[in-house]
Design a protein around this ligand. Structure first.
Ligand code: MLT
Length: 237
C-alpha cells in the first residue's frame, strides 16, 4: 500500500485529495468523540463547518431525535445539547439520534476530504480496527488534522501507530519524512500514550480548561472496533 502522510491539514488543502481513501485523525478530540458517539449507538453524524449552519439544521421540534454538538475554543457552544467531550456521548444521550457536529478543526478536515474515495475516521481508540479496515487498499492518505494550522503531536503519534499497525502492508518507499518521524514517535510513546497526550499543546490547553478526563478517554488504544466512514456529508458506522 502506498501512503501519503500529511502532518497538518494545511498541507492537504494545497493538494487535491481526489479518489484516494483517507483516514482523518483528530485524536483530541473530534475523531475520538465521533467514535464514542457510535459506540453509544448514535444513528449518524452530520459534520458541519460553522455554528450558524449547524444550528439551522436542527429545528426545535426535532430536538428529541436530532442533537446539536460541538465546540469553539474547546468550550461548549451556547444553546447546543452536547460539547465535544467524548464522555458526554453516552447511550442515554445519543442512542438512536442524529448528531449535527461542528468543531474547529475536525469538521474542516472532513470538508477538505469531501472528494476522497473513502473517508475513514481514526483515533487511538480505534487505530487497530482502522488498520484492518484499510489493509486491502492499494493506497491511502493519512491526514493528521492538527490544531488551527499547527501540527498536533497526538495526531502524528496516532498516524505513526496506524502505520505500525499496517506493518508489512505499507510500501516503505512511499513514506515521506513526516511518516518516518511518526513511526519513530509511535515506537517511543505508543505503549503508554497518556503522558504524551497530556504534554502536547492541545492536551495542556484541555487540562487548563479542566478537561483532563477527555485526555484519559482519548488515550486508550484499540478499545473500539468501530470504524466510522463519511459519505455524501454524513458519517455512519
Ligand atoms: C477540533 O476539531 O478542533 C478539536 O476536536 C478541538 C477540541 O474540541 O478539542
Amino acid at each position: 500500500m502506498n501512503i501519503r502522510f500529511y502532518a497538518t491539514l494545511e498541507q492537504v488543502e494545497r493538494d487535491a485529495l481526489q479518489g484516494s481513501p483517507i483516514v482523518v485523525i483528530d485524536v483530541l478530540r473530534a475523531s475520538s468523540t465521533i467514535i464514542a458517539a457510535f459506540e453509544s449507538g448514535a444513528d449518524r453524524i452530520i459534520p458541519i463547518g460553522d455554528v450558524e449552519t449547524a444550528s439551522r439544521l436542527v429545528r426545535p421540534s426535532e430536538r428529541d431525535r436530532k442533537l446539536l454538538a460541538g465546540e469553539r475554543k474547546c468550550l461548549p457552544v451556547p444553546g447546543f445539547d452536547l460539547s465535544n467531550s467524548p464522555g458526554e456521548f453516552t447511550p442515554e444521550r445519543v442512542g438512536g439520534k442524529t448528531i449535527v457536529l461542528t468543531t474547529t478543526n475536525g469538521t474542516r478536515a472532513l470538508a477538505a476530504s469531501a472528494k476522497a474515495g473513502r473517508v475513514v475516521i481514526g483515533a487511538l481508540t480505534n487505530v487497530h480496527a482502522v488498520a484492518l479496515a484499510i489493509r486491502g487498499e492499494s493506497e491511502a492518505v493519512i491526514l493528521c488534522c492538527g490544531t488551527e494550522g499547527s501540527l498536533a503531536a497526538e495526531d502524528v503519534l496516532c498516524g505513526g501507530m496506524l502505520l505500525a499497525s499496517l506493518g508489512g502492508a505499507v510500501a516503505p518507499e512511499s513514506l515521506n519524512d513526516a511518516a518516518r518521524l511518526a513511526l519513530i514517535i509511535a515506537e517511543r510513546f505508543g505503549a503508554d500514550p497518556e503522558p504524551f497526550l497530556r504534554g502536547s499543546d492541545h492536551g495542556r490547553r484541555l487540562a487548563a480548561l479542566g478537561l483532563e478526563a477527555d485526555i484519559v478517554f482519548c488515550s486508550r488504544v484499540g478499545v473500539s472496533s468501530c470504524v466510522p466512514e463519511a459519505r455524501d456529508g454524513t458519517i455512519t458506522a
